[in-house]
Design a binder for this molecule. Sequence first.
Ligand code: ZN
Length: 536
Amino acid sequence: MVAPADLILHSGKLWDGRAIEGGEAVAVAGGKVLAAGANHEVERHRSEHTRSIDVDGRRIMPGLIDSHIHMVRGGLRWNVDPHWHDLRTLSEGLEMIARAGEGRDPAEWIAVLGGWNPHQFSEKRAPTRHELDEASPDHPVFVQRNYIEAFLNTRALESMGWIGSGAPNWVELDPELGEPTGRVVGVPALQALGPQLSPPSDEEQVEGTRAMLRELNRVGLTGAIDAGGFRMTPEAYHPITDLYRNGERGFRARLLVGASQPGDEVGELDRWMGLVSPGSGDELLRYLGAGEVILFPAHDVEGLDQRDITGEMGRLTEISRKLVDAGWPLHIHAILDRSIGTILDAWQQLGRDDDLAGLRFTITHADQAGEENLQRIREMGVALTVQNGMAFRGHDSIASWGDERVRRSPPLRTMLDLGISLGAGTDGTVVSSYNPWACIWWMVSGENRDGSPARVEEQRLTRDEALRLYTRGSAWFSFEEDTRGNLRAGSDADLVVLSSDPLTVPEHEIRHVESVLTVVGGRIAHVSGIPVVADL
Ligand SMILES: [Zn+2]
């Protein structure tokens, strides 16, 4: 008796860790992969109830998994703010700002919250104060770039009291006119701007989260690990939990929770530990552990200043001990080599390397990691998740890191050769785009998006390696490497059919790959350009 399939995708080309010779089709039943192989092998599972889709020679692979993204936060404002992530021209960006103000109360702020770089535009520059005034004369506007700087229009400068004498020193002045240029620099300036935005209604936050998950499906993601972040209190998770309670089934979300602001980090963690535990939830929405911030003074932000966090080692050790004792995995942010060293010192103090390895303790980003710390990471059994943040801040980093260091960061090849467990992601939506293909292209080509010099050739990855990090590599971080990120029989039926083949397209085309068909748990979450009806 051959088991009948609910769904068969056939006449494609399979990739499962590598291109599968003769692999053409996948059969799915009960939300799991039933079989993968040649058309004639998989066809045996066809019954009269099987939905069969001819994918016309396209590449079929496991859905991509981002092991470090801020989708919970991103979803809250997804339908409200203009997104510049994949724009080619600044003029389009300015049009989006003009449209965003239409029909809204002039007191309401309009903001682009990162995910872009001036170099992506044909104009090769950020907006001027005058251009933002023209796009939106009535609304206060700011356009944030990473956690580095922002560009404001006149209404915004006035509203903040940043025009005239007494303006804070983060306001850039035109050297000839003595007038604010509209550019403000540094985290304190951005922290002052953030609270100006009016929060969307509860309904808008739920709808925004749904829209963002569909967009992630469109670019080929079937799941992700969310990294929490600044202002992510337990209340900020209500929209995503409401969405899943109301039937969201198109995305596997794994959540890290942590401190939402400086001050009472331990108290906040205690509150979380009373509310949830690792593994609580279901196969679609589940809590994973703590991260990416457990202690704000030990957070090196974008790694642009020579921050020294050694003074925080004692507190890092104590909070880590609390997590290990409670059986909580931890993913912790660190960009600078020195920060990584301090975190490893703190973990070594615990004297419990086996427990840390068992809980898959992870350093996330690790862009500047040096050989010595990478050796320690390997020996301690610590893992790493890497993202394409350097593609957006390589140029900014040169001043303090030096050109040579930037060109070796992150040392992807060294990490892989040492046998360290690695996952890939974007860290979207503020410090980079959420688009996984931008990251895969960056891992393979070494090209940065901000015009800074490319990563040296010996630290680039092959296409197969990059795709493995984005599938089974990322799946490992939520303890799901046996059932996700692969096409083995019995694994979750999370698959994508791609618009063009990332294994064979010219290298610079990798970043333009999309999904034409995204399947999660056997259901069609996204479809475009082929005659199929989605289930969601
Ligand atoms: Zn981070």
